[in-house]
Design a protein around this ligand. Structure first.
Ligand code: FAD
Ligand code: MG
Ligand code: MG
Ligand code: MG
Ligand code: MG
Length: 546
Protein backbone atom coordinates (compact mmCIF):
# COMPACT_ATOMS: atom_id res chain seq x y z
CA UNK A 1 0.00 0.00 0.00
CA UNK A 2 1.11 3.52 -0.73
CA UNK A 3 0.03 5.42 2.31
CA UNK A 4 0.46 8.89 0.92
CA UNK A 5 -2.00 7.98 -1.80
CA UNK A 6 -4.93 10.33 -1.73
CA UNK A 7 -7.40 7.66 -2.77
CA UNK A 8 -9.66 7.43 0.30
CA UNK A 9 -10.60 3.84 -0.45
CA UNK A 10 -7.06 2.68 -0.03
CA UNK A 11 -6.90 4.41 3.30
CA UNK A 12 -9.96 2.64 4.55
CA UNK A 13 -8.58 -0.68 3.38
CA UNK A 14 -5.71 -0.44 5.80
CA UNK A 15 -7.15 -0.82 9.27
CA UNK A 16 -3.90 -0.07 11.06
CA UNK A 17 -3.44 3.31 9.52
CA UNK A 18 -4.37 6.37 11.55
CA UNK A 19 -4.48 9.89 10.22
CA UNK A 20 -1.87 12.52 10.84
CA UNK A 21 -2.67 16.21 11.36
CA UNK A 22 -3.10 16.79 7.61
CA UNK A 23 -5.56 13.95 7.34
CA UNK A 24 -2.91 11.72 5.80
CA UNK A 25 -2.70 8.17 7.03
CA UNK A 26 0.51 7.21 8.81
CA UNK A 27 1.88 3.74 8.80
CA UNK A 28 2.60 2.61 12.32
CA UNK A 29 6.21 1.75 12.99
CA UNK A 30 6.65 -1.95 13.56
CA UNK A 31 8.53 -2.69 16.76
CA UNK A 32 9.61 -6.31 17.15
CA UNK A 33 10.64 -7.45 20.64
CA UNK A 34 12.67 -10.66 21.00
CA UNK A 35 12.24 -12.30 24.40
CA UNK A 36 9.77 -12.33 27.28
CA UNK A 37 12.15 -12.40 30.24
CA UNK A 38 13.07 -9.70 32.74
CA UNK A 39 14.06 -7.03 30.25
CA UNK A 40 11.54 -7.86 27.51
CA UNK A 41 8.60 -8.20 29.87
CA UNK A 42 9.47 -5.01 31.67
CA UNK A 43 9.76 -3.14 28.35
CA UNK A 44 6.37 -4.42 27.19
CA UNK A 45 4.80 -3.67 30.54
CA UNK A 46 5.79 0.01 30.49
CA UNK A 47 5.37 0.62 26.75
CA UNK A 48 2.39 2.89 26.12
CA UNK A 49 2.69 4.41 22.70
CA UNK A 50 -0.27 3.90 20.39
CA UNK A 51 1.86 4.80 17.38
CA UNK A 52 3.68 1.50 17.41
CA UNK A 53 2.62 -1.83 16.02
CA UNK A 54 4.24 -4.15 18.59
CA UNK A 55 5.08 -7.78 17.88
CA UNK A 56 6.70 -10.12 20.35
CA UNK A 57 8.68 -13.24 19.45
CA UNK A 58 9.74 -15.57 22.24
CA UNK A 59 9.97 -19.36 22.52
CA UNK A 60 8.24 -19.29 25.89
CA UNK A 61 4.85 -17.75 26.43
CA UNK A 62 5.47 -16.73 30.01
CA UNK A 63 7.66 -14.55 32.15
CA UNK A 64 9.79 -16.45 34.66
CA UNK A 65 10.61 -15.03 38.08
CA UNK A 66 14.20 -16.36 38.21
CA UNK A 67 15.18 -15.37 41.79
CA UNK A 68 12.92 -18.09 43.12
CA UNK A 69 14.04 -20.73 40.63
CA UNK A 70 16.49 -22.39 43.06
CA UNK A 71 13.56 -22.88 45.47
CA UNK A 72 11.75 -24.86 42.79
CA UNK A 73 14.53 -27.46 42.72
CA UNK A 74 13.59 -28.81 46.13
CA UNK A 75 9.90 -28.09 46.06
CA UNK A 76 9.82 -25.08 48.42
CA UNK A 77 7.99 -23.25 45.65
CA UNK A 78 6.04 -24.74 42.75
CA UNK A 79 7.20 -23.90 39.22
CA UNK A 80 3.78 -22.69 38.14
CA UNK A 81 3.79 -20.21 41.01
CA UNK A 82 6.68 -18.24 39.58
CA UNK A 83 5.60 -17.94 35.97
CA UNK A 84 3.35 -15.27 34.56
CA UNK A 85 1.66 -16.05 31.22
CA UNK A 86 2.27 -13.20 28.78
CA UNK A 87 -0.98 -13.57 26.87
CA UNK A 88 -2.75 -11.42 29.44
CA UNK A 89 -0.37 -8.53 28.93
CA UNK A 90 -0.58 -8.93 25.15
CA UNK A 91 -4.36 -8.68 25.23
CA UNK A 92 -4.38 -5.70 27.55
CA UNK A 93 -1.87 -3.76 25.43
CA UNK A 94 -3.05 -4.88 21.99
CA UNK A 95 0.34 -6.43 21.16
CA UNK A 96 0.80 -9.52 19.03
CA UNK A 97 2.71 -12.58 20.18
CA UNK A 98 4.37 -15.42 18.27
CA UNK A 99 5.72 -18.45 20.10
CA UNK A 100 8.97 -18.90 18.21
CA UNK A 101 12.67 -18.40 18.41
CA UNK A 102 14.53 -15.91 16.27
CA UNK A 103 17.35 -17.82 14.58
CA UNK A 104 18.77 -15.13 12.30
CA UNK A 105 18.86 -11.35 12.42
CA UNK A 106 19.49 -9.61 9.10
CA UNK A 107 20.09 -5.95 9.98
CA UNK A 108 20.87 -4.78 6.45
CA UNK A 109 17.42 -5.81 5.19
CA UNK A 110 15.71 -5.32 8.56
CA UNK A 111 14.47 -8.90 8.53
CA UNK A 112 14.24 -11.71 11.05
CA UNK A 113 14.17 -15.41 10.45
CA UNK A 114 12.15 -17.31 13.06
CA UNK A 115 11.42 -20.92 13.90
CA UNK A 116 8.60 -22.19 16.02
CA UNK A 117 9.15 -24.81 18.69
CA UNK A 118 10.38 -28.22 17.71
CA UNK A 119 7.78 -30.93 17.83
CA UNK A 120 5.28 -29.07 15.73
CA UNK A 121 3.87 -31.68 13.36
CA UNK A 122 2.83 -29.26 10.63
CA UNK A 123 5.84 -29.22 8.34
CA UNK A 124 6.39 -26.03 6.42
CA UNK A 125 4.65 -23.81 8.93
CA UNK A 126 7.44 -23.96 11.46
CA UNK A 127 9.68 -21.33 9.86
CA UNK A 128 8.80 -17.79 8.88
CA UNK A 129 10.32 -14.38 8.16
CA UNK A 130 9.38 -11.07 9.71
CA UNK A 131 10.44 -7.53 9.01
CA UNK A 132 10.86 -4.71 11.49
CA UNK A 133 11.32 -0.97 11.66
CA UNK A 134 12.74 -1.09 15.15
CA UNK A 135 14.17 -4.18 16.81
CA UNK A 136 14.47 -4.68 20.56
CA UNK A 137 16.73 -7.62 21.45
CA UNK A 138 16.01 -9.03 24.92
CA UNK A 139 16.92 -12.69 24.45
CA UNK A 140 19.05 -13.06 27.58
CA UNK A 141 22.01 -15.41 27.61
CA UNK A 142 22.78 -19.11 27.73
CA UNK A 143 24.72 -21.09 30.33
CA UNK A 144 28.43 -21.02 29.63
CA UNK A 145 30.23 -24.36 29.64
CA UNK A 146 33.61 -22.90 28.55
CA UNK A 147 33.59 -25.87 26.14
CA UNK A 148 34.38 -28.23 28.99
CA UNK A 149 33.98 -31.76 27.60
CA UNK A 150 30.94 -33.71 28.77
CA UNK A 151 29.10 -30.82 30.42
CA UNK A 152 26.33 -30.49 27.81
CA UNK A 153 25.70 -34.24 27.95
CA UNK A 154 25.94 -35.01 31.65
CA UNK A 155 25.37 -31.89 33.74
CA UNK A 156 22.17 -30.09 34.66
CA UNK A 157 21.78 -26.34 34.17
CA UNK A 158 19.60 -24.05 36.23
CA UNK A 159 18.27 -21.35 33.95
CA UNK A 160 14.73 -22.16 32.90
CA UNK A 161 11.65 -23.48 34.70
CA UNK A 162 12.12 -26.84 33.01
CA UNK A 163 15.67 -27.05 34.32
CA UNK A 164 14.50 -26.64 37.91
CA UNK A 165 11.91 -29.40 37.48
CA UNK A 166 14.48 -31.70 35.86
CA UNK A 167 16.83 -31.14 38.77
CA UNK A 168 14.08 -31.81 41.25
CA UNK A 169 13.17 -35.10 39.58
CA UNK A 170 16.78 -36.13 39.33
CA UNK A 171 17.55 -35.45 43.02
CA UNK A 172 14.63 -37.58 44.13
CA UNK A 173 15.55 -40.20 41.58
CA UNK A 174 19.03 -40.45 43.11
CA UNK A 175 17.51 -41.12 46.53
CA UNK A 176 15.16 -43.75 45.16
CA UNK A 177 18.02 -45.48 43.31
CA UNK A 178 20.26 -45.38 46.36
CA UNK A 179 17.49 -46.97 48.41
CA UNK A 180 17.30 -50.09 46.22
CA UNK A 181 18.57 -53.37 47.68
CA UNK A 182 21.84 -55.11 46.71
CA UNK A 183 23.96 -51.98 46.37
CA UNK A 184 27.35 -51.66 47.97
CA UNK A 185 28.08 -48.78 50.29
CA UNK A 186 30.41 -47.33 47.64
CA UNK A 187 27.63 -47.35 45.07
CA UNK A 188 25.21 -45.61 47.40
CA UNK A 189 27.83 -42.99 48.18
CA UNK A 190 28.41 -42.38 44.48
CA UNK A 191 24.72 -42.01 43.67
CA UNK A 192 24.22 -39.59 46.54
CA UNK A 193 27.21 -37.40 45.75
CA UNK A 194 25.81 -34.10 44.50
CA UNK A 195 28.30 -31.77 42.81
CA UNK A 196 27.61 -28.10 42.19
CA UNK A 197 30.00 -26.28 39.87
CA UNK A 198 30.33 -22.52 40.29
CA UNK A 199 30.38 -20.44 43.48
CA UNK A 200 28.34 -17.52 42.19
CA UNK A 201 24.95 -16.59 43.66
CA UNK A 202 23.06 -19.31 41.76
CA UNK A 203 25.46 -22.14 42.62
CA UNK A 204 25.60 -21.09 46.26
CA UNK A 205 21.87 -20.72 46.56
CA UNK A 206 21.24 -24.06 44.94
CA UNK A 207 23.72 -25.79 47.27
CA UNK A 208 21.99 -24.17 50.22
CA UNK A 209 18.56 -25.26 49.02
CA UNK A 210 19.79 -28.79 48.44
CA UNK A 211 21.37 -28.90 51.89
CA UNK A 212 18.10 -27.70 53.49
CA UNK A 213 16.25 -30.41 51.65
CA UNK A 214 18.67 -33.08 52.86
CA UNK A 215 18.55 -31.93 56.46
CA UNK A 216 14.91 -31.03 56.80
CA UNK A 217 13.18 -33.60 54.60
CA UNK A 218 15.43 -36.43 53.43
CA UNK A 219 16.25 -37.37 57.00
CA UNK A 220 12.57 -38.21 57.45
CA UNK A 221 11.81 -39.66 54.02
CA UNK A 222 14.95 -41.68 53.35
CA UNK A 223 16.41 -42.30 56.83
CA UNK A 224 18.41 -45.37 55.72
CA UNK A 225 20.52 -43.68 53.09
CA UNK A 226 20.88 -40.24 54.59
CA UNK A 227 24.34 -40.97 55.96
CA UNK A 228 25.69 -41.53 52.43
CA UNK A 229 24.81 -38.10 51.07
CA UNK A 230 27.41 -35.48 50.29
CA UNK A 231 27.36 -32.06 48.60
CA UNK A 232 30.50 -30.71 46.94
CA UNK A 233 30.71 -27.13 45.70
CA UNK A 234 33.53 -26.51 43.22
CA UNK A 235 34.84 -23.02 42.53
CA UNK A 236 37.79 -22.15 40.29
CA UNK A 237 38.58 -18.89 42.08
CA UNK A 238 39.74 -18.28 45.63
CA UNK A 239 36.36 -17.53 47.13
CA UNK A 240 32.68 -18.05 46.58
CA UNK A 241 30.33 -15.07 46.09
CA UNK A 242 33.28 -12.91 45.09
CA UNK A 243 31.04 -10.12 43.80
CA UNK A 244 29.66 -9.61 47.30
CA UNK A 245 31.11 -7.84 50.31
CA UNK A 246 33.96 -9.79 51.96
CA UNK A 247 31.93 -10.17 55.15
CA UNK A 248 29.23 -12.03 53.24
CA UNK A 249 31.75 -14.30 51.51
CA UNK A 250 33.34 -15.16 54.84
CA UNK A 251 30.01 -15.82 56.48
CA UNK A 252 28.86 -18.04 53.63
CA UNK A 253 32.09 -20.04 53.59
CA UNK A 254 31.92 -20.61 57.34
CA UNK A 255 28.29 -21.56 57.23
CA UNK A 256 28.90 -24.10 54.46
CA UNK A 257 31.73 -25.60 56.46
CA UNK A 258 29.52 -25.96 59.53
CA UNK A 259 26.77 -27.48 57.38
CA UNK A 260 29.18 -30.07 56.04
CA UNK A 261 29.06 -28.83 52.45
CA UNK A 262 32.40 -29.73 50.94
CA UNK A 263 33.63 -26.43 49.52
CA UNK A 264 36.61 -26.74 47.18
CA UNK A 265 38.00 -23.44 45.93
CA UNK A 266 40.82 -23.22 43.41
CA UNK A 267 39.56 -26.28 41.57
CA UNK A 268 38.60 -26.03 37.95
CA UNK A 269 36.50 -28.67 36.27
CA UNK A 270 38.23 -30.06 33.17
CA UNK A 271 35.80 -32.78 32.17
CA UNK A 272 32.66 -34.70 33.06
CA UNK A 273 31.90 -38.29 32.08
CA UNK A 274 28.81 -40.36 32.85
CA UNK A 275 30.31 -41.45 36.19
CA UNK A 276 33.11 -39.09 37.10
CA UNK A 277 33.91 -35.42 37.33
CA UNK A 278 37.54 -34.33 36.93
CA UNK A 279 39.05 -31.19 38.37
CA UNK A 280 42.45 -29.60 38.12
CA UNK A 281 43.76 -28.36 41.46
CA UNK A 282 45.31 -24.96 40.97
CA UNK A 283 48.03 -25.35 43.56
CA UNK A 284 49.36 -28.73 42.58
CA UNK A 285 48.26 -28.85 38.94
CA UNK A 286 47.05 -32.38 39.64
CA UNK A 287 43.93 -33.77 37.98
CA UNK A 288 41.57 -35.47 40.40
CA UNK A 289 38.52 -37.52 39.39
CA UNK A 290 35.62 -38.32 41.64
CA UNK A 291 32.49 -40.41 41.13
CA UNK A 292 29.21 -38.51 41.36
CA UNK A 293 25.47 -39.05 41.18
CA UNK A 294 24.46 -35.68 39.82
CA UNK A 295 26.20 -32.49 38.62
CA UNK A 296 24.63 -29.03 38.46
CA UNK A 297 26.56 -26.56 36.31
CA UNK A 298 26.33 -22.88 37.09
CA UNK A 299 29.48 -21.04 36.07
CA UNK A 300 28.11 -17.98 34.37
CA UNK A 301 26.63 -17.03 31.04
CA UNK A 302 27.60 -16.60 27.40
CA UNK A 303 26.05 -15.18 24.23
CA UNK A 304 23.40 -17.10 22.33
CA UNK A 305 24.33 -18.33 18.83
CA UNK A 306 21.89 -15.95 17.11
CA UNK A 307 23.60 -13.02 18.85
CA UNK A 308 27.09 -14.25 17.99
CA UNK A 309 26.07 -14.43 14.34
CA UNK A 310 24.53 -10.93 14.53
CA UNK A 311 27.74 -9.56 16.11
CA UNK A 312 29.78 -10.96 13.22
CA UNK A 313 27.54 -9.13 10.75
CA UNK A 314 27.82 -5.73 12.42
CA UNK A 315 31.55 -5.77 13.07
CA UNK A 316 31.42 -6.79 16.71
CA UNK A 317 32.81 -10.29 16.06
CA UNK A 318 35.87 -9.66 18.22
CA UNK A 319 33.85 -8.73 21.29
CA UNK A 320 32.73 -11.12 24.01
CA UNK A 321 29.34 -9.50 24.56
CA UNK A 322 27.12 -7.40 22.29
CA UNK A 323 27.84 -3.71 22.94
CA UNK A 324 25.37 -0.85 23.09
CA UNK A 325 25.82 2.83 23.89
CA UNK A 326 24.31 4.36 27.03
CA UNK A 327 20.99 4.75 25.23
CA UNK A 328 20.92 0.96 24.73
CA UNK A 329 21.34 1.34 20.95
CA UNK A 330 23.42 -1.46 19.45
CA UNK A 331 26.71 -0.07 18.19
CA UNK A 332 27.28 -0.45 14.48
CA UNK A 333 23.70 -0.67 13.24
CA UNK A 334 20.56 1.40 12.98
CA UNK A 335 17.27 1.03 14.84
CA UNK A 336 18.33 -1.94 16.95
CA UNK A 337 18.29 -1.83 20.75
CA UNK A 338 19.56 -4.50 23.14
CA UNK A 339 18.98 -4.87 26.86
CA UNK A 340 19.42 -7.26 29.74
CA UNK A 341 21.93 -10.12 29.88
CA UNK A 342 22.34 -10.21 26.14
CA UNK A 343 24.25 -6.91 25.96
CA UNK A 344 26.57 -4.66 27.84
CA UNK A 345 26.85 -0.88 27.81
CA UNK A 346 30.03 0.45 26.31
CA UNK A 347 30.68 3.34 28.65
CA UNK A 348 32.65 6.37 27.60
CA UNK A 349 35.86 7.29 29.31
CA UNK A 350 36.09 10.77 30.77
CA UNK A 351 39.70 10.97 29.64
CA UNK A 352 38.77 10.41 25.99
CA UNK A 353 36.32 13.28 26.10
CA UNK A 354 38.21 15.57 28.41
CA UNK A 355 39.00 18.27 25.85
CA UNK A 356 35.41 18.33 24.63
CA UNK A 357 34.05 18.55 28.17
CA UNK A 358 36.41 21.38 28.96
CA UNK A 359 35.58 23.43 25.90
CA UNK A 360 31.89 22.84 26.43
CA UNK A 361 32.19 24.24 29.95
CA UNK A 362 34.44 27.10 28.89
CA UNK A 363 31.72 29.20 27.36
CA UNK A 364 33.71 32.40 27.14
CA UNK A 365 36.62 30.50 25.53
CA UNK A 366 39.02 31.97 28.08
CA UNK A 367 41.05 28.81 28.51
CA UNK A 368 40.20 28.65 32.21
CA UNK A 369 37.10 27.59 34.06
CA UNK A 370 35.63 29.53 36.92
CA UNK A 371 33.02 28.38 39.37
CA UNK A 372 30.12 29.51 37.23
CA UNK A 373 31.36 27.81 34.07
CA UNK A 374 31.80 24.76 36.06
CA UNK A 375 28.35 24.62 37.62
CA UNK A 376 26.91 24.66 34.12
CA UNK A 377 28.31 21.25 33.23
CA UNK A 378 28.61 19.37 36.50
CA UNK A 379 25.18 17.82 36.21
CA UNK A 380 25.80 16.75 32.64
CA UNK A 381 29.14 15.21 33.49
CA UNK A 382 27.65 13.18 36.32
CA UNK A 383 24.78 12.03 34.11
CA UNK A 384 27.02 11.09 31.27
CA UNK A 385 29.82 9.44 33.21
CA UNK A 386 28.55 7.34 36.13
CA UNK A 387 32.16 6.63 37.13
CA UNK A 388 32.50 10.24 38.32
CA UNK A 389 29.88 9.76 41.01
CA UNK A 390 31.37 6.42 42.05
CA UNK A 391 34.77 8.04 42.34
CA UNK A 392 33.48 10.92 44.42
CA UNK A 393 31.66 8.54 46.72
CA UNK A 394 34.68 6.34 47.14
CA UNK A 395 36.91 9.28 48.03
CA UNK A 396 34.25 10.87 50.22
CA UNK A 397 34.17 14.05 48.17
CA UNK A 398 30.95 16.01 47.99
CA UNK A 399 31.11 17.07 44.34
CA UNK A 400 33.47 17.72 41.45
CA UNK A 401 34.33 21.16 42.80
CA UNK A 402 35.80 19.44 45.85
CA UNK A 403 37.69 17.11 43.58
CA UNK A 404 39.20 20.06 41.71
CA UNK A 405 40.03 21.74 44.98
CA UNK A 406 41.82 18.70 46.27
CA UNK A 407 43.87 18.52 43.10
CA UNK A 408 44.31 22.24 42.73
CA UNK A 409 44.62 23.77 46.19
CA UNK A 410 42.39 26.76 46.85
CA UNK A 411 42.71 28.13 43.34
CA UNK A 412 39.28 28.45 41.81
CA UNK A 413 40.52 29.03 38.26
CA UNK A 414 41.11 25.74 36.50
CA UNK A 415 42.95 25.27 33.24
CA UNK A 416 42.80 22.18 31.09
CA UNK A 417 45.87 20.62 32.67
CA UNK A 418 44.49 20.94 36.22
CA UNK A 419 41.19 19.67 34.96
CA UNK A 420 42.78 16.62 33.38
CA UNK A 421 44.77 15.88 36.48
CA UNK A 422 41.81 16.16 38.81
CA UNK A 423 39.78 13.74 36.73
CA UNK A 424 42.64 11.43 35.82
CA UNK A 425 41.73 8.68 38.29
CA UNK A 426 38.01 8.77 37.67
CA UNK A 427 37.90 6.18 34.87
CA UNK A 428 39.37 3.56 37.18
CA UNK A 429 35.88 3.31 38.67
CA UNK A 430 34.28 2.14 35.43
CA UNK A 431 32.45 -1.14 35.90
CA UNK A 432 30.20 -3.20 33.69
CA UNK A 433 26.73 -3.59 35.08
CA UNK A 434 26.07 -7.05 36.50
CA UNK A 435 23.90 -9.57 34.61
CA UNK A 436 20.98 -9.37 36.99
CA UNK A 437 17.22 -9.11 36.91
CA UNK A 438 17.50 -5.71 38.59
CA UNK A 439 19.53 -4.30 35.70
CA UNK A 440 17.42 -6.03 33.03
CA UNK A 441 14.10 -4.78 34.38
CA UNK A 442 15.36 -1.21 34.86
CA UNK A 443 16.64 -1.20 31.29
CA UNK A 444 13.28 -2.43 30.00
CA UNK A 445 11.48 0.31 31.87
CA UNK A 446 13.95 2.98 30.74
CA UNK A 447 13.67 2.01 27.08
CA UNK A 448 9.87 1.92 27.21
CA UNK A 449 9.85 5.44 28.63
CA UNK A 450 12.09 6.61 25.80
CA UNK A 451 9.77 4.98 23.27
CA UNK A 452 6.73 6.53 24.93
CA UNK A 453 7.98 10.03 24.27
CA UNK A 454 9.77 9.33 21.01
CA UNK A 455 7.75 11.71 18.81
CA UNK A 456 7.93 14.59 21.20
CA UNK A 457 11.65 14.15 21.54
CA UNK A 458 12.27 13.85 17.85
CA UNK A 459 10.79 17.32 17.41
CA UNK A 460 12.60 18.80 20.39
CA UNK A 461 15.90 17.09 20.96
CA UNK A 462 17.29 17.32 24.44
CA UNK A 463 19.98 15.62 26.44
CA UNK A 464 23.31 16.11 28.08
CA UNK A 465 26.71 16.69 26.48
CA UNK A 466 26.96 15.57 22.91
CA UNK A 467 30.15 14.63 21.18
CA UNK A 468 31.50 14.14 17.72
CA UNK A 469 29.84 11.46 15.68
CA UNK A 470 27.13 10.74 18.20
CA UNK A 471 24.37 12.49 16.36
CA UNK A 472 21.45 13.91 18.25
CA UNK A 473 20.36 11.96 21.21
CA UNK A 474 17.10 12.82 22.67
CA UNK A 475 17.08 11.26 26.08
CA UNK A 476 19.07 11.08 29.23
CA UNK A 477 21.33 8.02 29.08
CA UNK A 478 20.39 4.93 31.03
CA UNK A 479 21.40 5.06 34.70
CA UNK A 480 21.28 2.04 36.96
CA UNK A 481 20.04 2.30 40.53
CA UNK A 482 21.22 -0.47 42.79
CA UNK A 483 18.71 -1.49 45.43
CA UNK A 484 20.85 -4.16 47.04
CA UNK A 485 21.70 -7.81 46.57
CA UNK A 486 20.51 -10.84 48.43
CA UNK A 487 22.18 -14.21 48.81
CA UNK A 488 19.98 -16.82 50.48
CA UNK A 489 22.30 -19.23 52.27
CA UNK A 490 19.85 -21.84 53.50
CA UNK A 491 18.59 -22.58 56.99
CA UNK A 492 16.46 -19.42 56.99
CA UNK A 493 19.63 -17.32 56.68
CA UNK A 494 20.02 -14.69 54.01
CA UNK A 495 22.86 -12.25 53.46
CA UNK A 496 21.83 -8.83 52.25
CA UNK A 497 24.08 -6.16 50.86
CA UNK A 498 22.24 -2.89 50.63
CA UNK A 499 23.29 0.47 49.23
CA UNK A 500 25.37 2.55 51.65
CA UNK A 501 27.69 -0.31 52.60
CA UNK A 502 25.06 -1.93 54.74
CA UNK A 503 25.49 -5.63 55.24
CA UNK A 504 23.06 -7.74 57.16
CA UNK A 505 23.05 -11.46 57.67
CA UNK A 506 20.56 -13.64 59.46
CA UNK A 507 16.95 -14.31 60.10
CA UNK A 508 15.73 -10.78 59.67
CA UNK A 509 17.34 -10.60 56.24
CA UNK A 510 15.53 -13.77 55.33
CA UNK A 511 12.25 -12.05 55.98
CA UNK A 512 13.43 -8.93 54.23
CA UNK A 513 14.23 -11.12 51.24
CA UNK A 514 10.83 -12.83 51.30
CA UNK A 515 9.03 -9.53 51.44
CA UNK A 516 11.15 -7.83 48.78
CA UNK A 517 10.56 -10.71 46.41
CA UNK A 518 6.93 -11.11 47.33
CA UNK A 519 6.37 -7.45 46.59
CA UNK A 520 8.32 -7.61 43.34
CA UNK A 521 6.38 -10.53 41.92
CA UNK A 522 4.52 -9.27 38.96
CA UNK A 523 0.92 -10.09 39.73
CA UNK A 524 -1.30 -10.74 42.71
CA UNK A 525 -1.91 -14.21 41.35
CA UNK A 526 1.81 -15.09 41.52
CA UNK A 527 2.16 -13.46 44.94
CA UNK A 528 -0.70 -15.53 46.31
CA UNK A 529 0.71 -18.75 44.88
CA UNK A 530 4.22 -18.19 46.22
CA UNK A 531 3.08 -17.16 49.67
CA UNK A 532 0.82 -20.18 49.87
CA UNK A 533 3.72 -22.43 48.74
CA UNK A 534 5.89 -21.01 51.51
CA UNK A 535 3.14 -21.48 54.06
CA UNK A 536 2.49 -25.03 52.94
CA UNK A 537 6.18 -25.83 53.29
CA UNK A 538 6.29 -24.45 56.83
CA UNK A 539 3.30 -26.49 57.83
CA UNK A 540 3.67 -29.77 55.92
CA UNK A 541 7.30 -29.87 54.70
CA UNK A 542 8.27 -30.29 51.08
CA UNK A 543 6.63 -32.57 48.59
CA UNK A 544 8.97 -35.36 47.50
CA UNK A 545 7.09 -37.05 44.68
CA UNK A 546 8.83 -36.90 41.35
P1 FAD B 1 15.88 -13.57 30.38
O1 FAD B 1 15.11 -13.20 31.57
O2 FAD B 1 16.66 -14.83 30.40
O3 FAD B 1 14.88 -13.60 29.15
C1 FAD B 1 15.25 -14.01 27.87
C2 FAD B 1 14.01 -14.26 27.05
O4 FAD B 1 14.35 -14.41 25.68
C3 FAD B 1 13.26 -15.51 27.44
O5 FAD B 1 11.88 -15.25 27.38
C4 FAD B 1 13.67 -16.50 26.37
O6 FAD B 1 12.70 -17.51 26.19
C5 FAD B 1 13.77 -15.59 25.17
N1 FAD B 1 14.62 -16.06 24.08
C6 FAD B 1 15.72 -16.83 24.15
N2 FAD B 1 16.24 -17.02 22.93
C7 FAD B 1 15.45 -16.37 22.05
C8 FAD B 1 15.47 -16.20 20.63
N3 FAD B 1 16.42 -16.75 19.87
N4 FAD B 1 14.47 -15.47 20.06
C9 FAD B 1 13.51 -14.91 20.80
N5 FAD B 1 13.45 -15.03 22.16
C10 FAD B 1 14.42 -15.75 22.78
N6 FAD B 1 18.96 -11.65 39.19
C11 FAD B 1 18.72 -10.84 40.25
O7 FAD B 1 18.77 -9.62 40.11
N7 FAD B 1 18.42 -11.37 41.49
C12 FAD B 1 18.34 -12.71 41.69
O8 FAD B 1 18.06 -13.15 42.81
C13 FAD B 1 18.58 -13.58 40.59
N8 FAD B 1 18.51 -14.93 40.75
C14 FAD B 1 18.69 -15.75 39.68
C15 FAD B 1 18.56 -17.12 39.84
C16 FAD B 1 18.72 -17.98 38.77
C17 FAD B 1 18.57 -19.45 38.97
C18 FAD B 1 19.03 -17.45 37.48
C19 FAD B 1 19.21 -18.36 36.29
C20 FAD B 1 19.17 -16.09 37.30
C21 FAD B 1 19.00 -15.21 38.39
N9 FAD B 1 19.14 -13.83 38.25
C22 FAD B 1 18.90 -13.00 39.32
C23 FAD B 1 19.56 -13.24 36.96
C24 FAD B 1 18.38 -12.81 36.12
O9 FAD B 1 17.46 -13.85 35.98
C25 FAD B 1 18.85 -12.39 34.73
O10 FAD B 1 19.80 -11.39 34.86
C26 FAD B 1 17.68 -11.89 33.90
O11 FAD B 1 16.80 -12.95 33.64
C27 FAD B 1 18.12 -11.26 32.60
O12 FAD B 1 16.99 -10.84 31.91
P2 FAD B 1 16.91 -10.90 30.32
O13 FAD B 1 15.64 -10.26 29.93
O14 FAD B 1 18.17 -10.37 29.75
O15 FAD B 1 16.93 -12.45 29.98
MG1 MG C 1 14.02 -10.59 28.12
MG1 MG D 1 13.39 -14.12 33.14
MG1 MG E 1 18.83 -15.11 30.34
MG1 MG F 1 23.52 -6.38 30.26
Amino acid sequence: LVYSDSNPLKRILHADATLDSDGQPIRKKKVVVLGSGWSGYSFLNYLNNPNYDVQVVSPRNFFLFTPLLPSVTNGTVEARSIVEPIRGLMRKKGFEYKEAECVKIDPSNKKLHCRSKEGSSLKGTTEFDMDYDILVIAVGAKPNTFNTPGVEEHAYFLKEAEDALNIRHSVIDCFERASLPNLTEEERKKILHFVVVGGGPTGVEFSAELHDFLVQDVAKIYPKVQEFTRITLLEAGDHILNMFDKRITAFAEEKFQRDGIDLKTGSMVVGVTADEISTKERETGKIVSEPYGMVVWSTGIGSRPVIRDFMQQIGQGQRRVLATDEWLRVEGCEDVYALGDTATINQRRVMEDIAAIFSKADKGKTGTLNKKDFNGVVKDICQRYPQVELYLKKNKLKNIAHLLKSANGEDTQVNIENFKQALSEVDSQMKNLPATAQVASQQGKYLAKCFNKMEKCEKKPEGPLRFRGEGRHRFQPFRYRHFGSFAPLGGEQTAAELPGDWVSIGHSSQWLWYSVYASKLVSWRTRMLVVSDWTRRFVFGRDSSS
